[in-house]
Write a protein that binds this ligand. Structure first.
Ligand code: PLP
Length: 425
């Protein structure tokens, strides 16, 4: 070691593995309480949660009803696994309820612990489908440039944000993946022809890209992709981890954009973050062969101890009750209008804004290179608002659905003032 080698930073035992440790360690925000659309740091600062955490706290924080649902379920049965002959009543009930609102007709529902898990299941099942059909070359999984599908095995491999895929010694952690462009339909057609549809199992896409910068589909792009997939026998996997359960003003984005996927992945909003839960809606063409009344019927062979966790399922059902009772999916439509109007109004006053993109109650504000979205979001914390930097020097705005009109106004005003201040530097 030379004398000017970097020294280790002093840090707690917890390794927050999505953080650049030396940049954050001495200014970590320890969140210890939440209520409604607000969270509190250990130092007592109140922050408006302008991102709903990681797009998950849709019904807001600190709901006693959800705590009670978890408590009551744990007092009866914390959980029981769903391997072999065993299932638990809560997993059964939740799957029935989800099937009734699914973007896929007559689906089966696979439950697990979160979005990355569910992406692994969907990609695995897509490949399993074609192997079982005897079409053994159909293995490649396509995903879009700038996509984020979590960071388990498949999510890392199909990441469209390249930095999430790098450092593992291979182009793709799991072999046979490829990226298509974000919006260029003709280039996608050409790429499919180049790889060969006979080599492609599935195309995975977020209906509205989240972490990639809040990128809604251009025009009829999504329905054209769906038609292209159908024509080429490529399964369409919609990643509704952010958009599911109301974020775009319909229960699922599939409905808003008029597409019917073969598999749809959900997480976050299913429990609003009150319990770790995710899952996959599976269409009949994929599940039926596993349900034939025959000794030769195969088993998918995917499971985990917490798949169908009873307490998480009970919490999810309570969360769905809240969404329905309070009309929160319809409320998102009003909030979208408010956010859209206010952000565009703000952008017209600010020379540092290059583009505003809004779909549902999610917005992205892209900035010129003169400003840095990370610095802007840090300054917003000082003002009492959480927003988040995304790819493309973009600020994420995705508050809880219980946000008031007045809170939308104060949030956008705070962005306006922060940008105005930073433009002067
Ligand atoms: N897919 C999308 C679109 C996401 O935004 C995320 C997380 O942000 C995931 C998948 C992964 O979900 P999780 O973090 O629950 O594993």
């Amino acid at each position: 070691m030379t004398t000017d080698s970097p020294t280790l930073v002093a840090a707690p035992a917890l390794w927050p593995a999505q953080a650049h440790i030396p940049s954050v360690i001495d200014r970590q925000l320890v969140i210890e309480r939440g209520e409604g659309s607000y969270i509190w740091t250990a130092e007592g600062q109140r922050l408006f949660d302008g991102t709903a955490g990681l797009w998950h706290a849709n019904v807001g924080h600190g709901r006693p009803e959800l705590a009670k649902a978890a408590h009551d379920q744990m007092m009866r049965l914390e959980t029981y696994h769903i391997f072999g002959r065993f299932v638990n009543d809560q997993a059964l009930a939740l799957a029935e309820r989800l099937a009734a609102i699914s973007p896929i007709a007559d689906p089966k529902v696979i439950l697990n612990s979160g979005g990355s898990d569910a992406i692994d299941v969907a990609c695995k099942l897509a490949r399993r489908h074609w192997q079982r059909e005897g079409r053994h070359t159909k293995t490649t999984i396509l995903s879009r440039e700038f996509a984020y599908h979590g960071l388990h095995g498949f999510g890392t491999s199909i990441a469209g944000l390249d930095f999430n895929r790098e450092g593992y010694g291979t182009e793709s952690l799991i072999p046979e993946t490829a990226r298509i462009p974000l919006h260029d339909f003709d280039a996608t057609v050409a790429l499919i022809a180049e790889i060969g549809a006979d080599n492609i199992a599935a195309l995975v896409t977020e209906p509205v890209q989240g972490t990639g910068g809040v990128n809604p589909p251009h025009g009829e792009y999504l329905s054209r992709l769906a038609t292209l997939c159908r024509a080429n026998d490529i399964l369409l996997i919609l990643d509704e981890v952010i958009t599911g359960f109301g974020r775009v003003g319909t229960m699922f984005a599939a409905e808003r954009f008029g597409v019917t996927p073969d598999l749809a992945v959900f997480a976050k909003g299913v429990t609003s973050g009150y319990a770790p839960l995710g899952g996959v809606f599976v269409s009949p063409r994929i599940w039926q062969p596993f349900y034939l009344d025959d000794t030769a019927t195969p088993i998918f062979r995917h499971g985990a101890t917490y798949a169908g966790h009873a307490t998480a399922a009970a919490v999810a059902m309570c969360n769905l009750d809240i969404l329905e009772r309070e009309g929160l999916v319809d409320r998102v439509k009003e909030l979208e209008q408010q956010l859209d109007d206010r952000l565009h109004g703000m952008a017209s006053r600010r020379s540092s804004v290059t583009e505003v993109r809004v779909a549902g109650f999610m917005g992205g504000v892209s900035l010129t290179d003169d400003l840095d979205a990370t610095e802007v979001t840090d300054a917003m914390i000082d003002r009492g608002f959480v927003v988040r930097p995304l790819r493309g020097n973009t600020i994420q705005i995705s508050p809880p659905f219980i946000t008031t009109d007045e809170e939308v106004r104060t949030l956008v005003d705070a962005i306006d003032e922060t940008l105005s201040e930073q433009e002067k530097k």
